[in-house]
Write a protein that binds this ligand. Sequence first.
Ligand code: SF4
Length: 396
Amino acid sequence: MTTLPLLSSNPATRTGAGVGRAVAVPRHLADLDLAGRRHAVAALGEKEFRAGQLSNHYFGRLVRDPAEMTDIPAAARDRLAAELLPRLLTPVKELSCDGGTTRKTLWRLHDGAQVESVLMGYRDRVTVCVSSQAGCGMGCPFCATGQGGLTRNLSTAEIVDQVVWFAGEAAKGMGPDCPARLSHVVFMGMGEPLANYNRVLDAVRRLITPAPEGLGLSQRHITVSTVGLVPAIERLAAEDLALTLALSLHAPDDDLRDELVPVNQRWKVAEVLESAWSYAARTGRRVSIEYALIRDVNDQPWRADLLGRLLAGKLAHVNLIPLNPTPGSRWDASPKPVEREFLRRVRAAGVAATVRDTRGREIDGACGQLAASQNGPQLPGNELSRVSGRGRKAEQ
Ligand code: SF4
């Protein structure tokens, strides 16, 4: 695996300080492919086919309570569940709004680290936004998660379990206007997914493989976002997957992007866009360009024009994201007339662009905001806005 750079300069965050000593994440069946699960089951002295039964309960029936696995003998089921279905996520706080069609959960992991996921129900689909890391080392100054630094990468199963949990919730029904089936996954919660490349890709494979091995979602319904780790984008393009790539651009010029998205100091706008176009060419998938509009920072008409020129003729769609400011923050959302003018100018260049919906704001909808509000206002650098450009779904 390519070692990707992490920009956190806070050594405490890199060692996971505040969450105790590093403890291995318990093994879970979602960490393994079906062959690996058969091997693990056999090593426990059970018949290999039990791996398929256990997997079918977890991925196919969305059941994790051993008492409901009545096709497995009671003695074996408790042991298998203890060894291969350990509890990875404990809900700490659950909030909902929009009549229950937007639901956010703050999870505590086995070592005390915390991550968030958001479930969003629409007329035509149900989307879950998942975290790939506890914290984030990318250091974007306008993001709550970025201010806390990186605690650790999530395991494959910790990522998958967020999706499977919410698939179970979606199956119970989110309301009369939402399908009762989770269909879309966006990697736009806490963390930079491509900085946890192998585990994220393993998780994607579990999500797209049919039951009992996996959840059987469509590749096209999975969006992986990145701030622009160019070697990882190139690697993703070569995976032969039809995932949607969302690039968090936030500025069309290097001067500003160096500040807003510090990884730009390593891979400049031209280089990161080039890798995005290569991804689009290789996969045939339209790249989603994420742009959080910040008042008087990146919302000037000339930047809209420049963005339009950079993207014109490319397989791209711009998501303009109204910033979700925190009281006292120096970052603020662009006024609506400015937002409208920005949108108009990007479209005038022939580029598809929309303003992302703002559902979930009252429950701290952007990534890192729930953890920030749960942990109080003492996050390092938290005089900055508790806002992320990547906490909401990509409109596809
Ligand atoms: S915006 Fe995303 S990449 Fe940047 S610090 Fe926040 S979570 Fe990390």
